[in-house]
Each structure stands twice: as structure tokens, then as C-alpha cells.
Design a protein around this ligand. Structure first.
Ligand code: HEM
Length: 411
């Protein structure tokens, strides 16, 4: 009999891996009872995760009426806008929406962001150094891992410098657990973000800049996108990009601060070794713990005894697939050397997903980490963890994965 899955349990949030290993031992996908009385299929095997993510019988469109019911309000309407994005759609809408962005997110255009990312990372490191001098201990998530991706998305969307502090604040509020803030603060942030992006689209249309979003707004009219879809796209870029990259940076710094030999090796090894640290953190830390929910459009036999009926909810657990011992020897160990170009390289991890919804921002996420990590550790060579790593709280839920706080001090 399987235990109930309670993603809100702090112990599970910190270390869900023994549970996932038990599930995997029973088969590549298992029907799991949830604490709210329903059930879902969790896919934990690497091969089956890839199979599900590239199989059109698993739909991304949320069922009608999904989400929490509630009275109509500007905040609710603002949230509703998010629903019309590409990650919530299947063919033919999905390729129509995605095509437009692949023309914008070309490797050349993403790589051209490097000097700006370097500049933003340096600014944050300088602020962080000041904070360390003033307070002794500083939370790396708050001071570095969170603001950097938000500032970078600000670049992508072409948000004027003067508005970035607002963007950072609103994003922080909508991403925080609701009980951490005063009532109304989250709703207000949603409403403001909605109004801001509506205004931004109008502004980019009238006076386009050289940012990626201006190109998208321009191409959207020719590609047949309406303003609602563009708005949803802006929201998606913001949310798909910041929490994931934040967790990548938070987990990577935590791993390096607790594996000193790996930090030394990265410092000595240069860009190739840093890239391996990033890949191994993506595998080991899986910043997106599970993909978005899928739904079977018909009965699917996944093999290994897993037969999923039509209209059932399915979650591909990337964190579990990325630690499948059939593909990654000693899967719970943090070993960047698996991803060094010399020697036998490990299987590709699934941290960016697979198939038609494969992450659009993978190159950007990797670039941010490759720029930020060496700059942080070079500028602050004596950085040390200021807490017991076993006690650090993790983000609850099945979607994102990473430590909520990484307190640091100078040695
Ligand atoms: C380390 C950072 C990141 C990780 C681990 C990550 C992970 C993922 C994963 C696993 C998916 C697939 C979800 C699914 O199939 O349900 C995805 C999709 C997506 N990601 Fe990322 N992501 C990261 C950074 C970014 C960034 C920086 C951006 C934006 C610039 C971005 C934009 C997107 C978009 C737009 C999609 C939807 C693609 C589609 O539906 O076709 N991501 N991401």
C-alpha cells in the first residue's frame, strides 16, 4: 500500500527522494493517493518520463473549471490571463504560440545578453558584499538567487531600469506563500503586474526597443496572436524563467558550499568545470520538481504494469527521473564530473523537460548560472554557509524545488 503524498509536509519538501525511490521500485508509474482524497499517477522512471513527455495522448490543456473557485475580481482576471499560454496548450495552438518565440530566442540573441547578465550579477555581488559587512549574515536567495533572474527577465522584456524595482517587488509577492504577506498584498501585485504588462505591450508596439519582447510584440501581429495571448506570454516568460533559475542558483550555491572539493575544482577548472557544476545541479537538484500536469486523452499502457485510464491526471516527476539508478550511477551523489566532456558522459538529465514543451529558456537559464556562479565565488572567496544544511527549509509543493534560504557569512 502506498503512503499518501503530502507535498506540504516540510520533511517531504526537504527530502522527497526516498519516497520517489520507493515509488520507482514498484514500477515506472504509480497511482498515488493524495491527501485531498483524490489520486494521481506519478511517473518516476527515466525512460517512461521521456515517453510521456513526447506522447500526444498526454494533454497539457487543464480541464474546464480547473483552479480555485472564487468571486470575480481584477486580481482573479489577471491570474486568469496566465491560463492562455503555450505550456497550457496542445497542438495546433502550442506550435503556433511557440513558433513565434523560437524566432526570438535564437542562440545568438540569448548569447548577446551575456554582458548585461555579467553587469547585473556584478551589481548584486557588490551589494551582497556590503550587506555582509553590515549584517554579518545574509540570505543568498533573497540577495542573489531571486533578484538576478528577475532582473534578467526585465532585460528580455525590455522593462525600463526605473521600473525594475517594481517588477522585482510584484514578482516577489505573487511568488511568496500567501500567508507570508498582508492580506490583499498578493492580489494587488497581480493587478499591478497585469496593468503593467498591458501598458508595456502598447509601449513596445509604439516605440520598439532592441529587447526580445519588442521583437515578439512585432511578430505577434503577423503571427496572428491577440493581445490576451501576448499578455499570457509575458507572464509565462516571467514566471517560467525566474523561480526555476532562482532554484538552480540557490541549489548550486548550497551544493558548492557543502562540497568544498567541488568548489575548488570549479575554481581551478574554468568554464568547462563550471558548466559541469550547472548540469549536475540541474540533474541532482531538479529546479522544476515535476512538470506541469498532464491528462490522458485515452487509456495508455506505459509498460511495467502501469496502465493509465483515460482522463486521469499524470505528473512526470523530473526530480525522480533524474535520479533513476538505471541511468545515473550513485544517483544521490553530487558529482559534477559526470558532465565533463572527457570520459563517459552521463545520460542527458530531464531538468528542462523533453518533447514539444522542452524548456524555451534552457540556454538562458544555463547562461545565467554560468555567469553568476564564478562571479559570486570569485568576488567573495571566503563565503561560508551560516546554517546547518540539514535544517534548511525547502519550497513546499511538487512544482518547484530548492532551498528557501541559504544564509551565508564570511569565513
Ligand atoms: C534553470 C532554469 C530553468 C528550468 C530548470 C526550466 C525548466 C523547464 C521545464 C522542465 C519545462 C517543461 C515543463 C513541462 O513540460 O510541463 C519548461 C518549459 C518552459 N520554460 Fe523553462 N526552465 C528554466 C528556465 C527558463 C527561462 C529562463 C525561461 C524564459 C526565458 C523559461 C521559459 C520556459 C517556457 C516559455 C516554457 C514552456 C515551453 C512550452 O510550453 O513549449 N524557462 N522549463
Amino acid at each position: 500500500m502506498l503512503d499518501h503524498l503530502n507535498p506540504a509536509d516540510p520533511g517531504f519538501a526537504r527530502d522527497p527522494y526516498p519516497y520517489y525511490a520507493r515509488l520507482r521500485a514498484q514500477g515506472p508509474a504509480a497511482r498515488v493517493p493524495l491527501t485531498n482524497g483524490t489520486h494521481a499517477w506519478l511517473v518516476t522512471g527515466y525512460d517512461q518520463a521521456r515517453a510521456v513527455l513526447s506522447d500526444p495522448r498526454f494533454s497539457n490543456v487543464p480541464p474546464q473549471g480547473a483552479g480555485r473557485p472564487g468571486p470575480d475580481s481584477p486580481a482573479r482576471r489577471a491570474r486568469g490571463c496566465l491560463a492562455r499560454h503555450m505550456l497550457n496548450s496542445d497542438a495546433p495552438d502550442h506550435p503556433r504560440l511557440r513558433r513565434l518565440t523560437t524566432a526570438t530566442f535564437t542562440p545568438r540573441r540569448v548569447d548577446a545578453l551575456r554582458p548585461r547578465i555579467e553587469h547585473l550579477a556584478d551589481g548584486l555581488v557588490t551589494e551582497l558584499a556590503g550587506e555582509l559587512d553590515r549584517h554579518g549574515t545574509v540570505d543568498l536567495v533573497d540577495a542573489f538567487a531571486f533578484p538576478l533572474p528577475v532582473l534578467v527577465i526585465g532585460e528580455v522584456l525590455g522593462v525600463p531600469e526605473a521600473d525594475r524595482a517594481d517588477l522585482r517587488e510584484w514578482t516577489y509577492r505573487v511568488g511568496s506563500p500567501a500567508d507570508a504577506l498582508e492580506p490583499g498584498a498578493v492580489d494587488e501585485a497581480w493587478t499591478r503586474l497585469h496593468a503593467y504588462f498591458t501598458h508595456l505591450i502598447g509601449h513596445k508596439r509604439e516605440s520598439p526597443g532592441d529587447d526580445l519582447f519588442s521583437t515578439l510584440v512585432h511578430d505577434a501581429s503577423e503571427g496572428g496572436l491577440d493581445d490576451g495571448e501576448l499578455l499570457a506570454m509575458a507572464f509565462l516568460l516571467l514566471f517560467a524563467g525566474y523561480e526555476t533559475t532562482m532554484n538552480l542558483l540557490a541549489s548550486a550555491t548550497l551544493m558548492l558550499l557543502t562540497h568544498e572539493e567541488e568548489l575548488d575544482a570549479a575554481r581551478r577548472g574554468g568554464p568547462g568545470r563550471w558548466a559541469a557544476v550547472v548540469e549536475e545541479t540541474l540533474r541532482h537538484g531538479s529546479p522544476l520538481e515535476g512538470t506541469t500536469w498532464r491528462r490522458t486523452t485515452e487509456r495508455v499502457d506505459l509498460g511495467g504494469g502501469a496502465v493509465i485510464p483515460a482522463e486521469d491526471s499524470v505528473l512526470v516527476v523530473l526530480a525522480a527521473a533524474n535520479r533513476d539508478p538505471g541511468h545515473f550511477p550513485a544517483p544521490d551523489d553530487f558529482r559534477p564530473a559526470r558532465y565533463l566532456p572527457e570520459g563517459r558522459r552521463a545520460a542527458p538529465h530531464l531538468a528542462f523537460g523533453h518533447g514539444p514543451h522542452f524548456c524555451l529558456g534552457s540556454r538562458l537559464g544555463r547562461l545565467e548560472a554560468a555567469v553568476a556562479l564564478p562571479r559570486l565565488f570569485d568576488a567573495l572567496p571566503g563565503l561560508a554557509l551560516a546554517a546547518d544544511p540539514a535544517e534548511l527549509p525547502y519550497r513546499p509543493g511538487l512544482l518547484v524545488r530548492g532551498p528557501r534560504r541559504v544564509p551565508v557569512r564570511r569565513r
